[in-house]
Design a binder for this molecule. Structure first.
Ligand code: GTP
Ligand code: MG
Length: 141
């Protein structure tokens, strides 16, 4: 399972859940060659959101980010593909949807820098840390 560069972790964020885009986003992910290794619906607590985004704790948008991520249940998933982290960051597009390339998930569905529809791990190490934050090893296939 945890072999080098073949997994990434994603979250379908509250804006996409509320706007009814979860199914379409999962469809794009699967059609782009990612295999779903684990998936569930979770309602993040404030504490969990703060731990997950701990790296951003000193940023001016931190409180807004925690409020946003805890607004409604979200889908979390582990995805498998060769070169998963890099390929998935390409598929989701830039953090700011205005700068995201045409055809990327953020270009298609995101409305702002804060409410940008989807998360993707930024390194192989973080893919492993983030996956194990939400899933036991026995839940990842
Ligand atoms: P993630 O995949 O969610 O980690 O996004 P990213 O790697 O493209 O961006 P980054 O890790 O720098 O920021 C994490 C998240 O914080 C973003 O996806 C946004 O939801 C939020 N964020 C980043 N910058 C801003 C900002 O300027 N304002 C607000 N409100 N939120 C921001
Ligand atoms: Mg990030």
């Amino acid at each position: 399972m945890y072999m080098e560069n073949n997994i990434t972790f994603t979250m379908i964020k509250p804006d996409a859940m509320e706007n009814g885009h979860a199914g379409e986003i999962l469809s794009i992910i699967i059609k782009s060659g990612f295999y779903i290794s684990a998936l569930k619906l979770v309602s993040l607590s404030k504490k969990q959101a703060k731990i997950f985004y701990n790296i951003h704790r000193t940023k001016p948008f931190f409180d807004e980010l925690v409020e946003f991520m805890t607004r409604c249940p979200i889908i979390v998933a582990v995805l498998k593909k060769k070169n998963a982290v890099e390929d998935f960051r390409q598929l989701i597009g830039s953090t700011n949807p205005d700068e995201a390339k045409n055809g990327t998930i953020r270009k298609l569905f995101a409305s702002s820098m804060g409410e940008n529809s989807i998360h993707g791990s930024d390194s192989n190490e973080n893919a492993r840390v983030e996956s194990s934050f939400f899933f036991a090893g026995s839940e990842i296939f």
